[in-house]
Design a protein around this ligand. Sequence first.
Ligand code: ADP
Length: 628
Amino acid sequence: MDKEMEKMTWKEKLGLNVRAFSIWYREQPMLFVSEALYSLLDTMLPYITLYFSAQLLNELAGARRREVLMQKIGLLITVEAVMLLCRAIVLRWKNVVSDGTCLQFYGRKRHFDKLLSMDFSDTEEPKTQTLQTEVQQSAMWRRQGLCRIYYQYQDLLEALFRLLGGIALSVSLFRLPVRADAGWLTALNHPFCILLLALLLCGVTLLAPWLETVGKKCWIWCEDDLKQGNRYFRFFGSLMSEERRALDVRLYGQERFFDQLAPIEDDFGVHSRIARYARGRMGIASAASSAVSRIFVGLIYLFVCLKAWGGAFGVGSVTQYIGAFTAMSGGLAGLFECIGDAGINAFYLRQEFSFLDIPNRMYQGTLTVEKRSDKNYEVEFRNVSFCYPNMETYALRNVSLKFKVGERLALVGQNGSGKTTFIKLLCRLYDPTEGEILLNGIDIRKYDYQEYMSVFSVVFQDFRLLAYSVGQNIAASAAYDREKARSCCQKAGFWERVETMPEGLDTILYKNLSEDGVEISGGEEQKLAIARAMYRDSAFLILDEPTAALDPMAEYEIYTRLNEIVEDRTAIYISHRLSSCRFCDEIIVFHDGCMVQQGTHEALLAQEGKYSELWNAQAQYYVADATP
Ligand code: ADP
């Protein structure tokens, strides 16, 4: 990683930082403006105090004129009061504009948006998943990448204003000469002295942050160890907190794996690489950086005190120059530290941008789908074959099929026979490797994707409901048609349960967002998911194992309601239970990625083939169902 970083030019590092900054600035312009103003006022305040204190001390140690003293005190109070007031106003403004700005949240949202918008096949790529994990870990654990930009900006502003304020207050230190009768101290008036001090200032300013950066680089060298350790933290963190896993974890004591298997000691413990660096190179570099800065401050003290001793200025100015010079060197060091930080962060930014820049290769059509109130849409698979990316064997081969409008179609077959792949192609999560899929005679690639998807409602096996109200879950929206939601619930057989809930359709599900949230069983969740699919009013209803989580009574109920649920839609079921498919108009049997049989239950059972083989195998367990 270090080699990769060393190969990066400063031009590239700068480019990455500028791009990251402009992304943030576009999203939150006022936050950056208010931050700049706040930083200016906040950094300048101590300088104002320093300047006026020096003036007062000089007057007290010199002429001690009462009216001058009163005037200066009055000015100090007025200027400070105005500045404090302005700072408080700007702070309020900054807080208001930054209220909704949780940087971590924005960062994660950006990653989720990217995941949602990229080609589905890319989300399944191990390379993408690794990259996404790395990017999220850098942001969460190290605050590196795009989320760092705001903190860098704050540091940069502070350093710049400190530097400028320091320069403004220390210029006269070099202009005011030591008195001619001050003996050897007049040597301090020599330009060489000033040059030496300037060189020292530059040297220390470069050396101290360089040493800091040398120390910080150790984090990058340990990145792989830390990544692995953090992966374990994340995995076990979700393991312990996921409700769905709670029973498993308790029953099998899975939390013990964390102590036994997580490489915490190796990656973070006292013998880990990062701990060795902390004791060695990183610790020494950090200590040396502080020592260099302190020595420099000592030299400044000496120079200023000697000049005051030689009569160049009063005792009050000593505090001003020492304060200003120390702040100036701090500002300069901060500036170089920012540059070093930006250089290190460029590495993480490149990683993050390589994730955010993953291109969409799937053709995005623009055709709108004709809205038909009669739901008269026709889908055709024409000689479709499909091979998953990086796989050698085809998951689907030469599938040709036309769905007749209003039909109930069942896809059956053993695990791995290609049923889900068929649905994924139909929903255009992937494009066929060969052949084409047509909607009303037009290749589905030519349609606008969102428009095309509006034709389908899918209940996937691993669907998820959200911790919002029942009604909002059904409508998948905050505002919804209550009457329609109620009717969908009734058809899905969930209305009786809703009526027992404290707030009916407004009852919040789960306890994630509300303590009064209601927990529902797996079967009830499935009915709700079916109601959600019905609410969409689409022409096709796809049900992937729709009754898997239902008890036999509930399953029977769903199947007797099937006609009511499907209405005039074209329905496609995937089911392992052949007994539930016999109500369908047409059954398609998949085997090893091929469509091996097609027909009604009775016709297929009359044939020798995969269907009767599967039916007879299941009939042993479903004796009651086995009668055709
Ligand atoms: P079914 O739904 O009938 O159980 P699938 O359509 O899920 O079958 O799987 C068909 C074949 O494709 C199987 O051999 C499976 O291993 C493979 N497969 C499924 N998903 C992927 C994937 N994302 N990447 C690679 N191969 C996959």
